[in-house]
Design a protein around this ligand. Structure first.
Ligand SMILES: Cc1cc2nc3c(=O)[nH]c(=O)nc-3n(C[C@H](O)[C@H](O)[C@H](O)COP(=O)(O)OP(=O)(O)OC[C@H]3O[C@@H](n4cnc5c(N)ncnc54)[C@H](O)[C@@H]3O)c2cc1C
Length: 500
């Protein structure tokens, strides 16, 4: 049986690592990681225009968590070291514990307006879930449960940022992993050694990979007999020899200035296609090895998937509050705010935002406790996620409807406000009844970057797919719904006695 240090406190047995600061985090990223953008290998991601702003946003999160005034909100005491560690690593055993996790993630989400999805607390949730039910990993040998627990403790006690790639590439989905044209196309084991294993192949889609310390590789797609080489769960440092990150087009590269692209320039967390080119992984960082059954159980028989996605919902609700705040400000500026049809639309928008707020709280209150471990309600969580794909687009459509030409009548760039030849026109004709031209343009740029720019468009795709395609999430809802109770009502109606 794995001994969790959270269960058996041994304070002081290991020296505590002081809480990581933003500056320390930024310094640590210059570690030789292989990141390729526009045909070139990036020397230092913290200095490259594509990643600098996002790296600084993550650094601010570390500073928020390390601030003495946030100690209670953001940290708990590591039972292993006695030092403060992020609450995102606390195994919830009561409803109050889950609430504390929410407040931690909410504080971070507010600092990024909910626009960075895979902040360090996301994969922290997955490993906290693994460590909550390590027996699942022990089915193939106790060493795997010990490894996953030790890695969870390492992440927690060293304040690490881990990203993950758990979906096979879309090369040929008509065939299983082992029947692809080349067995090393999908990331899988290509060699076993006495001291570990060697991985080759591709996996999608490590959001935040460029900005993280470690990468977690596993597979959430259903695997079938013959796919054993791809049924693994492991972690590698981002600068591991042979690990290559290919980010999609970074939006910050095209963001000329932070006024015209206030969000693209700061919060483009990157999504990375990951290539393993004979990457060696020592046994201590292997948690599942060539086992399809355990590979599946890691998601559904531990709290990993629900804890990780609880954080995702905290982040999403924060983003929705930001979204509706932007819409309200826009209505104020256009002078439409008192128009009854606008109020009706804003009421509908507020209803949808409130439904998501309510679903977040219900994940906590309806959370069952099994063997001393609290499980965020899978039914409520997956129901919220399943409909997100539809409602998110609908909410954005409503804002576009309310905007009319508001984003399109703006000048080409900040330069038009600064050029003496055009400034007077800008100040005279770009103002609104309630604000000057600069403030109006700033607000509309924020809104356009939120929903219309390339950054905004990627966000729509993110909300549709970050937790898997919606047809799969709906199957999770179907598995978790209380069909018995619903059916019993039908049986009761059918059994009603005849009327006299
Ligand atoms: C911006 C973004 C960031 C992401 N970040 C991460 C990350 O950090 N880590 C990570 O591991 N993953 C991440 N993902 C999720 C992940 O990589 C996948 O995109 C997601 O799981 C969906 O899988 P897919 O892309 O293979 O789509 P597919 O599974 O190919 O599905 C696409 C569509 O095809 C149709 N379809 C496919 N199969 C079927 C079927 N059997 N029956 C019916 N319809 C079907 C459906 O319409 C479905 O919506 C991210 C995704 C996005 C978009």
């Amino acid at each position: 049986m794995t001994t969790l240090s959270q269960d058996r406190p041994k304070p002081g047995t290991t020296a505590a690592t002081p809480l990581r600061t933003g500056a320390e985090y930024l310094r640590s990223l210059d570690d030789g990681r292989a990141v390729f953008v526009e045909g070139e290998r990036v020397k230092d991601v913290t200095k490259h225009k594509a990643f600098r702003g996002a790296a600084q946003s993550i650094a601010r999160l570390y500073d928020i968590a390390a601030a003495p005034e946030n100690r209670e909100l953001m940290t708990f005491t590591s039972p292993k070291t006695g030092g403060p560690v992020h609450r995102s690593y606390e195994i919830p055993r009561s409803h109050a514990d889950l609430r504390a996790r929410r407040l931690f993630s909410e504080k971070w989400a507010e600092a990024t307006f909910g626009l960075m999805g895979r902040t360090p607390d996301h994969v922290a949730g997955f490993f906290t879930g693994y460590a909550s039910v390590p027996e699942v990993f022990a089915k193939d040998g106790q060493k795997y449960a010990d490894n996953v627990t030790a890695f969870y403790e390492k992440m927690r006690d060293e304040h690490l940022y881990v990203s993950y790639a758990i979906v096979p590439p879309q090369i040929d989905r008509s065939k299983p992993a082992h029947k692809q044209s080349d067995p090393a196309l999908y990331a899988g084991v290509v060699k076993e050694r006495d001291d570990g294993i060697v991985i080759s192949g591709a996996q999608q889609l490590a959001t935040g990979g460029v900005l993280s310390d470690w990468l977690h590789l596993s597979c959430i797609h259903p695997l079938q007999p013959g796919d054993e080489n791809y049924a693994n769960c492991l972690a590698v440092p981002i600068n591991a020899p042979g690990l290559k990150l290919y980010p999609r087009r970074p939006f910050a590269l095209r963001a000329d200035n932070a006024f015209d692209y206030p969000l693209s320039s700061r919060f483009d967390e990157t999504d990375n296609y990951v290539i393993f080119d004979n990457v060696f992984v020592p046994w201590e960082h292997v948690f599942i090895y060539r086992n399809i059954e355990i590979s599946r159980a890691q998601w559904w028989n531990t709290t990993a998937h629900t804890l990780g996605n609880h954080q995702a919902q905290v982040r999403y609700v924060t983003k929705l509050r930001f979204m509706i705040g932007l819409a309200q400000r826009m209505n104020e500026m256009t002078g439409n705010i008192a128009a009854p049809p606008v109020q009706v639309m804003m009421g509908e928008l507020a209803a949808l935002v409130s439904i998501y707020e309510g679903m977040l709280l219900a994940q906590e209150t309806a959370a069952p406790i099994k063997d001393g471990v609290l499980w965020p309600s899978p039914l409520i969580l997956y129901s919220a996620m399943a409909m997100q794909s539809e409602f998110n687009g609908r909410m954005l459509e409503m804002i576009r409807e309310l905007a009319g030409g508001a984003f399109i009548t703006l000048p080409s760039s900040l330069a038009d406000l600064e050029n003496p030849e055009t400034r007077a026109d800008m100040e005279r004709y770009q103002r609104s009844a309630s604000t000057d031209a600069r403030s109006r343009i700033a607000l509309m740029r924020l809104l356009w970057d939120f929903l219309g720019s390339e950054f905004g468009s990627r966000h729509q795709q993110y909300e549709k797919f970050y937790g898997g395609a919606s047809f799969l999430v709906k199957q999770n809802v179907n598995r978790n719904f209380d069909w018995k109770r619903a059916g019993a009502l039908v049986d009761a109606a059918l059994a009603l006695p005849p009327l006299d």
